[in-house]
Design a protein around this ligand. Structure first.
Ligand code: OAD
Length: 240
């Protein structure tokens, strides 16, 4: 990695680890959301077809905690990068929380959906709500009841915003991966794409990740500390 390089297109991929210091659970590891439940029961197309009530309940239960969470210094560091570094800075997040937006970030792409949204399987309307959505909920657009699905990308579904994401990855010259274990594809493969197109790639994590070998640099430690420091250095390098 060249410390004097002036970047023009920065892409940050975030995962559950960036929100850990805001008190939200990650998916894997000790106390992870997938530790005491099966992904197959709540996060697959088949699970939703089999038992939509159970799946709605699972996501409804997560909403209050996510709604009251506050962004941490890692989220704010990305907002600062967007404001103070003269590049196009985009955030691709796997997180279904809205902490990047709460921290004031722009250009945020929720490729795994958002917990505060439901999509009507009849007409495609996106309902924004922090209230419970159930199998009885009526779509405010088409008026049909019982067709709302949490706007969470289940295993077996396509990711959202992929056209835009592909375009961002191809133009990217600095790729930061923050708080993601690198096991869930296609997001885990983004680093491979950006390396192919010549970007520098840095990961911020607590421990080595599954696709560790593809990054130029690894910064270990809580993102709330390491990311603000990295952003500070990047912005300071402009004055040299
Ligand atoms: P994981 O739980 O798999 O990984 C979290 C990563 O964050 C791990 O590598 C941790 O080391 C790291 N981490 C934890 N705390 C951190 C901190 N304070 N600072 C820096 N890093 C920290 O979460 P994801 O990779 O986001 O999909 O999981 C990917 C997808 O798997 C999720 O979007 C979700 C899940 O199935 C859907 O629900 C569609």
């Amino acid at each position: 990695m060249d410390n004097t390089r002036l970047y023009k297109n920065i892409v940050i991929l975030t995962g559950a680890g960036i929100s850990a210091e805001s008190g939200l659970s990650t998916f894997r590891g000790a106390n992870g959301l997938w530790n005491n439940r099966r992904v197959e029961d709540v996060a697959t197309v088949e699970a939703f077809e089999r038992n939509p009530e159970f799946v709605h309940d699972f996501y409804n239960t997560l909403k209050p905690e996510i709604l009251k969470a506050h962004p941490n210094p890692a989220h704010f560091a990305l907002t600062r990068l967007q404001k103070e570094y003269p590049a196009e800075v985009s955030v691709i997040t796997q997180n279904v929380d809205t902490l990047h937006e709460k921290a004031g970030s722009q250009n945020v792409y929720h490729i795994h959906g958002q917990i505060n949204q439901a999509v009507c399987l009849n007409c495609g309307h996106i309902l924004e709500s922090w209230n419970d959505v159930t199998t009885e909920t009526v779509c405010p657009s088409c008026g049909i009841a019982g067709m709302m699905k949490p706007n969470i990308v289940f295993f077996g579904e396509n990711l959202l915003y992929m056209d835009k994401v592909e375009q961002l990855l191809r133009c990217c010259d600095l790729f930061l991966s923050v708080g993601t274990s690198g096991v869930v594809y296609p997001a885990a493969g983004f680093v491979q794409t950006v390396k192919y197109y010549g970007a520098d790639a840095v990961e911020f994590t607590l421990e080595p990740t599954a696709n560790n070998y593809l990054f130029d640099r690894h910064i270990y430690g809580p993102a709330g500390k390491t990311l603000p420091q990295f952003v500070d250095e990047l912005i300071s390098s402009l004055r040299k």
